[in-house]
Design a protein around this ligand. Structure first.
Ligand SMILES: [Zn+2]
Length: 394
């Protein structure tokens, strides 16, 4: 932070309310860590409905203890979504949505190789950072506000069970609830070692390119074949050329296949393509270019399916304003300067931001190794970020 920024942020000295939130969050840390352990030990892979539902039931019980009204929304084959409403409804104020997920990328039984571990400042275990840490922080923040009788915004905590597989079932519920809210806070981990809040996320598209050629015997009848594999190789050069890293656009043909045997001219080939986009304009441009790919060999056909399934979260003035408020509170609480970051990874915050509801993301735990065997969070960040979350709900 520049000294100018510090001067603007200085304002009145750390307010007593913010100071009291920080003290309360520090006092609540042992309970928070105890809940986190119980939640991490309730393994919850996205594809195991019964398991995720057990983790959700645990959190619903804690929400009720904090005075929330809870609704479980069935989501078909995946686990239920939990909607917990805190604070007294106030028709003159739109609620704030606190958004998260309870599913993890870790299969059942992961705990046997990757158990809960507390070592110095680190707490490790499956899903501890992404994002069970964020969930228990939000609960602690709401509990602190409720216990201190502070007037906080009516708050809806919404936790899903299918985020790690792209939120196919829960997206509509997120969008429906976000539309009635004034702001969205997302409990995904902060960025990097300093835990920056995320004020922009790229959009994500998943596409599939299918090539149909003409198969033939590679020895006896080579001339009548038209190789789908060769055509795919030519197309992939064009696909990759749609990347524009300077503009934040990346197009990655990450998986491909085709043909049956080396002595057969391939009749079919395919590739799966991941696309990351910083703006709606770029999303339209890349999608349109992919759909208009033409075969080089006129005897082959090329078809593209898929879509941009998470729109970009663009840093609007309203998002910048929310971040500045958080930064000011962090400063007044005497915390390390809060920074912001843009990321290529997507979250459910992409959906709410695209609806025009100001969305601040990365407000959860700080650590490293999300989706990796060294997943961990850093304990010293737990209480300060819980206090900050509580302050943002005032
Ligand atoms: Zn996550």
């Amino acid at each position: 932070m520049t000294s100018d920024a510090k001067a603007t942020l200085a304002g009145p000295p750390m307010t007593p309310v913010l100071r009291s939130l920080l003290a309360a969050a520090r006092a609540a840390e042992p309970k928070l860590v105890d809940r986190l352990r119980r939640l991490v030990e309730a393994e919850s892979p996205s594809h195991n409905k019964a398991a995720v539902d057990r983790a959700t039931a645990l959190v619903a019980e804690w929400c009720r203890e904090t005075g929330a009204q809870c609704i479980l929304h069935p989501q078909g084959a995946v686990g239920d979504s939990l909607e917990a409403r805190f604070g007294s409804p106030d028709p003159s104020r739109r609620p704030v949505l606190v958004l998260g997920h309870l599913d993890t990328v870790w299969e059942m039984g992961t705990l046997s190789n990757m158990p809960w571990r507390e070592e110095g400042d680190r707490i490790a275990g499956p899903g501890v950072l992404d994002m069970k840490g964020g969930v228990v922080m939000a609960l602690a923040a709401l509990e602190i506000l409720g216990l201190r009788d502070l007037p906080f915004c009516p708050t809806i905590l919404l936790l899903h069970a299918d985020e790690e597989i792209g939120s196919p079932a829960s997206r509509a519920l997120t969008e429906g609830i976000a539309a009635e809210c004034s702001a969205v806070y997302v409990l995904e981990p902060g960025e990097g070692a300093a835990g920056a809040y995320k004020t922009a996320r790229k959009g994500v598209g998943q596409f599939r390119l299918d090539v149909r050629g003409v198969g033939s015997h590679a020895g006896v009848d080579f001339g009548s074949g038209h190789s789908a594999v060769l055509e795919l190789a030519r197309q992939l050069e064009r696909v990759a050329a749609l990347s524009d890293p300077a503009a934040g656009v990346t197009v990655n043909p990450g998986v491909m296949g085709g043909g049956t045997r080396s002595n057969v001219v391939a009749a079919e080939a395919w590739a799966e393509i991941d696309v990351r986009l910083p703006s709606v304009g770029e999303a339209d441009r890349v999608e349109q270019r992919l759909r208009s790919l033409q075969a080089v060999d006129p005897a082959c056909t090329v078809s593209v399916t898929g879509a941009v399934n998470r729109p970009p979260m663009v840093r609007t003035p309203a998002i910048a304003g929310m971040f500045e408020r958080a930064q000011r509170y962090a400063f007044e609480m005497g915390l390390e300067p809060l920074t912001e970051a843009a990321t290529g990874g997507a979250s459910d915050g992409n959906f709410t931001a695209a609806l025009g509801v100001p969305t601040l993301d990365g407000m959860g735990a700080v650590g490293g190794g999300a989706h990796a065997a060294h997943e961990h969070l850093l304990r010293p960040f737990l209480a300060p970020r819980t206090a900050l979350l509580a302050a943002m709900l005032l």
